[in-house]
Structure formats: structure tokens, C-alpha cells
Design a protein around this ligand. Structure first.
Ligand code: DP6
Length: 330
């Protein structure tokens, strides 16, 4: 096989209805459906080149050679692409995040979305978006939501074939912003993969899973009708349900810092005063402040001067993962 090379750019996503826990951890079939918006400003750009001269896969992330589980996870994903395309050439993978990894900003979502698309194109596979999303899911669950664009629904289903992300509304449906308050940029102690495995140890997980469909419907309705108060109510509730499960798992996962709680309370006070803003929090201490674009400058300035905030990142709604340069658009 000749050397084959492709580059893809994928955006991170923020879940408005969270994925937490797997009914099948090997296939990454989630315990519940989830819904997210892609984040245009938070991207991973990945180049994959299958090279006949390589004896092993070489993986570089943000200019450093990946080792240990990060390396093994990428190799396992390349193996999935090799199995599909019937090739056994090793690959070089060069990946660059434009945002700090390990901050609860879901670098695995953009990373596995970009890796999936770049590796498939480099391997000569021409897969439809649903198939790419399904494949990305095997690398990281939330990555399946970063393959298609805009507001993306990942339907829980108990089979590999039907578990993938689908665009519910395109990026231009509603000009929302995610103003992220970075409270800590160090690597998190317990990653999502380990956390998912603990979800069922919480007595609250069964209730969270059973009540997710109702929240999902409310969230879909709020998004489709651009009803911000309804959206704010349901996304905050859903994030708190997930953190209640995390906190009550064995061992307990407590991602919050004092500044996290202070900001949660501040966001509610700002909203009460008429500013349309709502919080959501992933597996980390940072607070994602979701608001309509018009409110973003005020939200940013409030957060910038907030005690305990290291930095602020703002993103609009992102497009699908796409190939770059000479590669065809997916
Ligand atoms: C809290 O997709 O990072 O961000 O499938 O093990 O890679 P793996 O987990 P991951 O989990 C994301 C968890 C979350 C919520 C969400 O994005 O829905």
C-alpha cells in the first residue's frame, strides 16, 4: 500500500443532557441518550499517515509523544480502522488541540472525532457520517456527537449499529455561546472512562437514567423553539443530576472546587436579575455558561473578574468534523 495521508479538524462539544455510565463499556453503548452542541472554537486537528516504513504506530499529541493509555487508546482506534479497510500498515498520528487538555473541556471528543475521520480518509474508506460517528463512539463515547455538526442527539440504543450521533438542528439554528470559566487547568484526577464505570455504584444512577428521556424531550423542545428559560432550567437540572451521581458513587467523585459552587450560585443570581445565562459542568471543576450570543459580552466580563477563574474561553456552535487540505469534504 502507498503512503496515505489525511488531516481532519473536529470540534469539542458540550453536553446539555449528559452521557454518564455505559450499559456496555467495551462497545461504549451508553446508559442514556444525550444531547450536545459542538463548540466551534475548541478544536483538535489531526493528521494520520499510513506509512509502509513504520514498524509501530507513532502518536504525537500537542508536540509530545503519547505514552501509556493515551497511546494505547489511539492505537486501538487505528486497529479498528485497519480492520475495516483490511490494511495492516502502521501509522503516524499528529494531533494538536487549540485548548488545554484535561480541563473538563472534553478533549477526547474532538480528538476521536478528528482521528476517526482522518484515519478513515487516509485508509481510503468512504463512510457516511452516521458510520463515522458510530466508529468514533468506540474510541470515546462523546466523540460520536462531534462528528456531525450543530446540535447533536446521541440516542441510547442497545445495539452497536444504531448508536451514533445525529444533527438535531444545524449550527445556525440558534446563535448560542458557551462561555467557559476555567477554574483549574491541571489534568483531572479521575477521567471520564473510569468515572463511567462507577456510575452504577450510585443509588441515584437508576433514577437519573429513568428520568433522562423526559429531560431530553424538554431540552429538544426548548432548543427547537429557542426558549432560553426552558433550556436553562433543564440543562442545569441535568448537570446536577449527573454530579449527584458522581458525588455518591463509590469511590465518590467530587469534581467541584469552591469557585465552581460560587459560580453556580452567581449564574443563578445573574439570571434572576434578567441576564439569560445557565450553567453546565462536565467531569471537571470548570463551569460552562451557556447564553444567547447577545448576552455573551456581559457574561464574559462578569466571569473574567470572578474570583478563582484562571481564564475564559468563548465558543459559538460548531460545524461537523471535516477533512482539510487536499482531502475531500466528509
Ligand atoms: C461528563 O466521552 O469522555 O463529559 O466514552 O470514556 O471517552 P469515554 O467518556 P467521555 O465522557 C463524557 C462525559 C461527560 C458528559 C458528556 O459529554 O455527555
Amino acid at each position: 500500500m502507498q503512503n496515505r495521508r489525511a488531516t481532519a479538524i473536529g470540534s469539542a462539544n458540550i453536553a446539555l443532557i449528559k452521557y454518564w455510565g455505559n450499559r456496555d463499556p467495551v462497545l461504549r453503548l451508553p446508559s442514556n441518550s444525550s444531547l450536545s452542541m459542538n463548540l466551534a472554537a475548541l478544536t483538535t486537528t489531526t493528521t494520520v499517515e499510513f506509512r509502509a516504513d513504520l514498524a509501530e504506530d507513532v502518536v504525537k499529541i500537542d508536540d509530545a509523544e503519547a505514552r501509556g493509555s493515551a497511546h494505547d487508546r489511539v492505537v486501538a482506534h487505528l486497529d479498528r480502522v485497519r480492520a475495516l479497510s483490511n490494511i495492516n500498515t502502521k501509522a503516524s498520528v499528529l494531533s494538536h488541540n487549540n485548548f488545554p487538555a484535561g480541563t473538563g473541556l472534553a478533549s477526547s471528543a474532538s480528538a476521536f472525532a478528528a482521528l476517526t475521520v482522518a484515519a478513515c480518509v487516509a485508509a481510503g474508506l468512504r463512510l457516511a457520517t452516521d458510520e463515522l460517528s458510530r466508529l468514533a463512539r468506540h474510541g470515546s463515547g462523546s466523540a460520536c456527537r462531534s462528528v456531525p455538526g450543530g446540535f447533536v442527539l446521541w440516542d441510547a440504543c442497545d445495539k452497536d449499529a444504531c448508536s451514533f450521533g445525529r444533527t438535531m438542528a444545524p449550527a445556525d439554528h440558534w446563535d448560542l455561546r458557551d462561555v467557559v470559566a476555567i477554574i483549574e487547568s491541571a489534568h483531572k484526577a479521575t477521567g471520564s472512562t473510569e468515572g463511567h464505570a462507577l456510575a452504577d455504584t450510585s443509588p441515584f444512577q437508576a433514577t437519573r437514567v429513568a428520568t433522562t428521556p423526559a429531560r431530553l424531550e424538554r431540552c429538544k423542545d426548548a432548543l427547537l423553539s429557542r426558549d432560553f428559560p426552558a433550556l436553562a432550567d433543564v440543562i442545569e437540572k441535568d448537570a446536577l443530576m449527573m454530579h449527584a451521581v458522581m458525588m455518591t458513587s463509590t469511590p465518590s467523585l467530587l469534581y467541584w472546587r469552591p469557585a465552581t459552587l460560587a459560580m453556580v450560585q452567581a449564574v443563578r443570581a445573574w439570571r434572576k436579575d434578567g441576564l439569560p445565562v445557565a450553567f453546565t459542568i462536565d467531569a471537571g471543576p470548570n463551569v460552562h455558561c451557556i447564553c444567547p450570543a447577545g448576552a455573551a459580552p456581559e457574561v464574559e466580563s462578569l466571569i473574567r473578574s470572578f474570583p478563582g477563574v484562571e481564564r475564559v474561553l468563548t465558543s459559538g456552535v460548531g460545524d461537523p468534523t471535516t477533512t482539510l487540505l487536499d482531502s475531500p469534504r466528509i
